[in-house]
Design a protein around this ligand. Sequence first.
Ligand SMILES: NC(=O)c1ccc[n+]([C@@H]2O[C@H](COP(=O)([O-])OP(=O)(O)OC[C@H]3O[C@@H](n4cnc5c(N)ncnc54)[C@H](O)[C@@H]3O)[C@@H](O)[C@H]2O)c1
Ligand SMILES: O=P(O)(O)OC[C@H](O)CO
Length: 326
Amino acid sequence: MSRFGMIGVVGAGAWGTALANASARAGHEVVLWEMDEAQARALADQRTNERYLPGVALEDRVTATCEVEELGMADAVLMVVPSQAMRAAAGGVSRHIKMGAPVISCAKGIERGSLAFMTDVLRDALPDHPAAVLSGPSFAADVARGLPTAVTLAADDEWLAADLSAALASAGLRLYHSDDVRGVEIGGAAKNVLAIGAGVAAGRGLGASAGAALIARGFAELRRLGSALGARPETLMGLSGLGDLVLTATSEQSRNFSFGFAIGRGEPPSGKLAEGTFTAQALVALGERHGVELPIAIAVRDVLERAISVGEAVEALLARPLKAEA
Ligand SMILES: NC(=O)c1ccc[n+]([C@@H]2O[C@H](COP(=O)([O-])OP(=O)(O)OC[C@H]3O[C@@H](n4cnc5c(N)ncnc54)[C@H](O)[C@@H]3O)[C@@H](O)[C@H]2O)c1
Ligand SMILES: O=P(O)(O)OC[C@H](O)CO
């Protein structure tokens, strides 16, 4: 029997609800904590998350609550909130988590200002808990329904990563483990920015060839930055890097792609969370700090900040000097 009997989930949004269901299917009792009292009550009463993940029933072993003390029973805690809220969320639950329980970031982004990755934020806010990251190509709606999905779970201590992966695995969710924490984090953060770019191109009607070029050249940016940050190439080419980039940059199911698509068409975006809108600026700043060229990320940032139009961004990318492919 796993040492992680009860799983805590912080944040009952789309991904938190999906991971709560997946953890329950893996045989765990699950405490799904939501800070919004009315939302937690609706979840507990209706047993579905109509606000964030409509039409998906909560598994029987999932208890939805807004009582933060209930997280104290959990042997491991999944942190499933937007990246820019991770520090506040971790600080808010810090006194209530069981001594030494691992905390796993399931968010995909970089904190603006500090340029910190999510495990660094967790180490700051929860210094007595080992930090890990779970990331990979995975839409909440797919995972919640038990459709086959594979992701990577990384921790500095690979034994811990392996134990957590074994504990969370179920028939629908396959977890690979790794000790390349930074490699896993950078893929999840960067792909959201690149997916916005791919969405803009699709919305603008630039064609499938342009979409493929954006993915390949975007992946080159991810590889360059990953290498500067010490990530392993095989991680970047794996589920959390190339895998998630391909999923997010090609599917209208992605909120980041859809956000870009709306911009490309000159329409208002849906208002759903699109992490890349926050990470674009941080990603570019990280590139500058490490002397890494990120032309697509810069174009996305500039379009989001309305510093240039979509047409100008496309022109600027096409006007770059010809060079050897690398
Ligand atoms: N939805 C997906 O398919 C999916 C898949 C993989 C990873 N992710 C990542 O998971 C993270 C969360 O995404 P989501 O889709 O669940 O978002 P969401 O918008 O559906 O839900 C966000 C949740 O965070 C909670 N929250 C916000 N601020 C908080 C705070 N300060 N303290 C506590 N809780 C707070 C909200 O109440 C809500 O429950 C993002 O980084 C996203 O990139 C999402
Ligand atoms: O809907 P998105 O764009 O936030 O993407 C969800 C997941 O990160 C895909 O792996």
